[in-house]
Design a protein around this ligand. Structure first.
Ligand SMILES: *Cc1c(COP(=O)(O)O)cnc(C)c1O
Length: 424
């Protein structure tokens, strides 16, 4: 059997950095990634035959755990009838109706193949709808690798120290105004400095690509009010939070109605899916009804729709969200007990969490950046050797799934305690 180390050597010869998405390369923590041969529930089995309790969940989609029976069955059953037709198929309607029912701000929705496509399309649509060019984003928020949005971005871009990517023309970057999160005065000032020019404000309502921090009271309401007053399109990027924090995502929890929402991850059940939707008046600007062009050969793919629908149905049937809240609360209690007295900040909402290696509070990118990444890296590798896979970067959120049991949480807390004792 070929080991992870050998595979990575071979991969690096043919794939840039040996990976198809940068954060997988482990540069944020040093060392080399492992290769997975199979996964089930909350456990990964590597090609080296190590079994790991997984807190990454393929970066969010695996909300029911890996290889969840209803999802796999739906994929098998649907695949037998053909993989893609390039014509309308009935599953697309079922998906659209499911999304509109779960997320009431979405009156019409279009399916795409990734979260990046979803945010990219939202930006173009907002520009087409308003006839304006500039957009506001927030430091540390990651919206996929869209040119205009790779300015002070989070996730892998942040981990690798280049939140501003090479290859993004300056002329385009100039149209992106970047502000600190949780600072309402900065938003008011940005609108005042760019009168009648802001097409859209895009944000992760719960930023989870620079670790995890929460919106302060009234921050989102205030943003909603300003956008309404200024005629700017408010875009919630719920690619990570959608269908995870609640059936209707963060907008349900905070009771805010955005104009457009970008979705992905959980709605694909592990297949490549994104979606964007919102007010019908705005969505009707899309081709073929309107002048804003957007398309996709594989968009609304039947296998992807079947997988996502099966996952959402199972979440509703079992009320997965309340299971996740209970698991999250247990995980939080166990973690708080073992981090007592250490200079660490644990933050959680529902099934998402982050342990920052610094004292709190952490409310924005700048505060997140003050974390001790060297110590985090040692802690990460210690946990990994003991069979716990946390995200390989201080700036990624952790994910719980419905398959994490009380025993898994207990075992994890013990290993966390042991490895904290080693690094402090
Ligand atoms: C993951 C993510 C994206 C990008 O989605 P991809 O499917 O990786 O293109 C966009 N926005 C947020 C908030 C994300 O977490």
């Amino acid at each position: 059997m070929t080991t992870s180390r050998q595979l990575f050597e071979i991969a690096k010869k043919r794939i840039p950095g040996g990976v198809n998405s940068p954060v997988r390369a482990f540069r944020g923590v040093g060392g080399e990634p492992f290769f997975v041969k199979s996964a089930s529930g909350c456990r990964l089995t590597t090609v080296d035959d190590d079994v790991l309790i997984d807190f990454v969940g393929t970066w969010g989609p695996a909300i029911l755990g890996h290889a969840a029976e209803p999802v796999i069955a739906a994929v098998r059953e649907t695949a037998g009838r053909g993989l893609s037709f390039g014509t309308p198929n009935p599953l697309e309607i079922e998906m659209a109706e499911t999304i509109c029912r779960m997320v009431p701000s979405v009156q019409k929705v279009r399916m795409v193949n990734s979260g990046t496509e979803a945010t990219m399309s939202c930006i173009r649509l907002a520009r087409g709808f308003t006839g304006r060019s500039k957009i506001i984003k927030f430091e540390g928020c990651y919206h996929g690798h869209v040119d205009s949005l790779l300015v002070k971005a989070g996730s892998g871009a942040l981990t690798h120290g280049n939140p501003d990517s090479a290859g993004v023309p300056e002329a385009l970057a100039r149209l992106t105004v970047t502000l600190p999160f949780n600072n309402p005065d900065a938003i008011a000032a940005a609108f005042a400095a760019n009168p009648g020019e802001i097409a859209a404000v895009i944000l992760e309502p719960v930023p989870a690509n620079a670790g995890l921090y929460l919106p302060e009271p009234h921050f989102l309401e205030n943003l909603r009010d300003i956008c309404t007053r200024e005629g700017a399109v408010l875009i919630f990027d719920e690619v990570m939070t959608g269908f995870r924090l609640a059936r209707g995502g963060a907008q349900e929890i905070y009771n805010i109605t955005p104009d457009l929402t970008a979705m992905g991850k959980v709605i694909g059940g592990g297949l490549p899916v994104g979606a964007f939707g919102g007010r019908a008046e705005i969505m009707d600007c899309l081709s073929p009804d309107g002048p804003v062009y957007q398309a996709g050969t594989l968009s609304g793919n039947p296998i992807a729709m079947a997988a996502g629908l099966a996952q959402l149905r199972e979440m509703e049937r079992t009320d997965g969200w309340s299971t996740l809240e209970k698991t999250g609360a247990a995980f939080e209690a166990a973690t708080r007990e073992v981090i007592q007295g250490l200079p660490l900040t644990f933050q959680r909402i529902g099934s998402m969490f982050c342990l920052y290696f610094r004292e709190g509070p952490v409310r924005n990118l700048q505060e997140a950046m003050g974390s001790d990444r060297v110590r985090f890296g040692k802690f990460f590798h210690g946990c990994l050797s003991d069979g716990i896979y946390f995200a390989p970067s201080q700036f990624e959120a952790g994910f719980l799934c419905t398959a994490h049991s009380a025993a898994d949480i207990q075992q994890t807390a013990e290993i966390v305690q042991k490895n904290l004792a080693r690094v402090f």
